[in-house]
Design a protein around this ligand. Structure first.
Ligand code: SF4
Length: 382
């Protein structure tokens, strides 16, 4: 089943570390963008060789609004986009519909509106429960607003709430990081994503760190932050299912699992990626160029290309290793005709001996220590 991704590229302010495809909110531009999105969905990627599906299109069991800040949309705009998806694709009765939200953009009424539009999962970009860390990241909310946002989601009856936390922040040390982890656990979300802050060379945060003398904890401490958080989350009843993600049993992100299990998805909006029928494409990144292309009925997709079997296999191995359950080598052999263990054994065995990788009969998976070195192991496959 397909996943549908909807990109919303607007934010109230630009965070000093952000490297996503986004820009400042502008009400007029947003209104034009929503119309363009609906038109693109209606045309259903025919720019890339697909026809309009007329409601009998492929089954889709996830719709994911990512950004940017999708919660800057009005509930009626979210409803129109979801309705358009339903009119073109065959939505599964229990489809997972996620909205990424920033805590400062929601109220009880707005969340109830998103719920009425069809949203049944909300993912809050909390990042930290310490106000000084949030200020260093130039986030617009504080810890109290994040707590209130989760309470508002519960009041609206949402039973699938996810929180994003970021670790290895400037001046953050093990104890302060664990304060955020504990605060998140206290709110009892169904799902948590833990990301490592990456400070890009041209990020304003990099200059601010230099000016203010803020430092990052040593690498070994970062490893300790990750490992200790995972232990604490497991003790609280969460299951790690992917390098950066934990959930209550059965509450994994169905949409994101498509990226890690060799699945298929179609993305709409500027900069959105798609992978379907062995073809991969990316929409034009610029918001205005995207709107103009849709208006002129020109293809929105760029970099359209058919993946070779070798590329597909490389991707399946690379992403599959992110999962705790690892790679099903038998399934890979049936799909791609390659016995990966035999092919790469010489390169993989040193990682097994070092305790980073486990080769069970029929499976290959990283140990938790191996997750800290995931990219080195994955490099064998690409
Ligand atoms: S809210 Fe998210 S997407 Fe927007 S600027 Fe901040 S980090 Fe980037």
């Amino acid at each position: 089943m397909l996943g549908l991704y909807i990109h919303i590229p607007f934010c109230s302010a630009i965070c000093n570390y952000c490297n996503f495809n986004r820009g400042l909110f502008d009400a007029g531009l947003k209104a034009r963008y929503v119309e363009a999105l609906i038109e693109e969905i209606r045309r259903s990627g025919d720019s890339c060789g697909y026809s309009v599906f007329d409601g009998n299109g492929p089954l889709a069991d996830t719709i994911y609004f990512g950004g940017g800040t999708p919660s800057l949309l009005e509930p009626n705009e979210v409803a129109r986009i979801i309705d358009c998806c339903r009119s073109v694709f065959t939505a599964a009765a229990d489809a997972e519909m996620t909205l990424e939200a920033n805590p400062e953009t929601v109220t009880s009424e707005r969340i109830a509106g998103f719920r009425d539009a069809g949203i049944n999962r909300i993912s809050f970009g909390v990042q930290s429960f310490r106000d000084e860390e949030l200020r260093r990241l130039s986030r617009l909310h504080d810890a109290e607003r994040a707590r209130q946002a989760v309470a508002e989601a519960r009041t609206a009856g949402l039973t699938n709430v996810s929180l994003d936390l970021m670790m290895w922040l400037p001046q953050q040390r093990l104890e302060s990081w664990l304060e955020s982890v504990d605060a998140a656990i206290e709110l009892s979300p169904e799902h948590l994503s833990l990301y490592l802050l990456e400070v890009y060379p041209n990020a304003p945060l990099k200059d601010e760190m230099a000016r203010a003398g803020w430092s990052l904890a040593p690498d070994d401490d970062a490893a300790e932050m990750y490992l200790t958080a995972m232990e604490r989350l497991e003790a609280a009843g969460y299951e790690q299912y992917e390098i950066s993600n934990v959930s209550r049993p059965g509450r994994q992100s169905r949409h994101n699992l498509k990226y890690w299990t060799d699945g298929e998805w179609v993305g709409f909006g500027c900069g959105a990626h798609s992978t379907r029928g062995h073809v991969r494409w990316k929409n034009v990144s610029s918001t205005t160029e995207y709107i103009d292309r849709v208006g002129r009925q020109e293809p929105t997709g760029t970099e359209v290309r058919r993946l070779t079997d070798r590329e597909r296999l490389g991707d399946a191995l690379f992403t599959g290793l992110r999962l705790n359950e690892g790679i099903d080598l038998g399934a890979i052999e049936r799909r791609y005709g390659v016995d990966v263990w035999q092919r790469d054994r010489a390169d993989l065995e040193p990682f097994v001996s070092a305790g980073y990788l486990v080769h069970d009969p029929g499976r290959l998976r990283l140990t938790r220590a191996g997750m800290l070195l995931a990219h080195e192991v994955m490099a064998v496959f690409v």
